[in-house]
Write a protein that binds this ligand. Structure first.
Ligand SMILES: [Zn+2]
Length: 245
């Protein structure tokens, strides 16, 4: 035994026995790590009250909207939520809404942080990026509900109607919005009545269908009844969200 090995009893053992001890120590460490990972996965979600069925999630969203309409919104204690949410998130609903400054999904459903997973774009249509975002919400965060939320007097839909009617091309990147919203506008062209209101409604319905049929993740979740995808229209004058049937 050399001086460097003094005090290390394993150094006095035959090579085979030393390797066996090392292997045992490494295996024990691996089991400890695996156990830690399992315990981490099995821990309670940051907001246990957000673990809901799709129907219960929708009912909670609409109760929040009723409070908002009636001017009875809760006081949200963001400081109180902060520590739990620093560890993760489990929103009970996803919302695809317009970028319009008058539509605030967190406000109009009277929700706190960590409650709604929101994607916003002018005209509230689902692009590949939006679908991917909701795939993350559904598959990883276990969100049970997605709502496509249109609204009265949507400027993006109105601009698309004008562009389709006049055959004009809008400046900048706006044609990308027009392209995305044109199917809804064309679908209601011959319906009569208020074309803007009809196109807003049809756009919501088309995007509900698009999200429902977006394979493989969202479609499978809908088929397995793990999630619901619903449509709503936010009424500017009252703040009420009307569900589309
Ligand atoms: Zn809008």
């Amino acid at each position: 035994m050399c001086e460097h090995c003094a005090g290390d009893s394993s150094a006095q053992m035959p090579l085979g026995r030393r390797n066996l001890l090392k292997l045992a120590a490494a295996t024990a460490a691996s089991f400890a790590l695996a156990g830690e990972a399992i315990a981490k996965n099995a821990k309670a979600p940051p907001k246990p009250q957000n673990v809901l069925s799709p129907d219960d999630a929708l009912a909670r969203l609409m109760r929040g909207n009723t409070r908002y309409v009636e001017g009875l919104t809760k006081r949200h204690d963001f400081a109180h939520e902060r520590e739990a949410l620093s560890k993760g998130q489990n929103p009970f609903a996803g919302v695809l809404s317009c970028a319009d400054s008058r539509i605030g999904p967190e406000y109009c459903f009277d929700t706190g942080r960590g409650d709604v997973f929101v994607c916003r774009v002018a005209g509230n249509f689902a692009s590949d990026d939006t679908i991917a975002s909701f795939e993350y919400a559904v598959d990883v965060l276990k969100t049970p509900l997605i709502m496509v939320l249109g609204h009265d007097a949507c400027g993006a839909v109105d601009a698309t109607i004008k562009s389709v009617k006049d055959g004009t091309t809008l400046p900048g990147h706006l044609p990308a919005l027009v392209t995305a919203l044109t199917p809804a506008v064309k679908a209601v062209q011959n319906d009569g009545g208020d074309m803007l209101a009809n196109a807003i409604r049809r756009n919501v319905m088309l995007n509900v269908e698009k999200l429902k049929s977006a394979g493989p993740i969202l479609k499978a979740a809908v088929d397995d009844k793990k999630i619901r995808v619903v449509g709503g229209i936010y009424r500017l004058a009252t703040g009420r969200v009307e569900l589309l049937g």
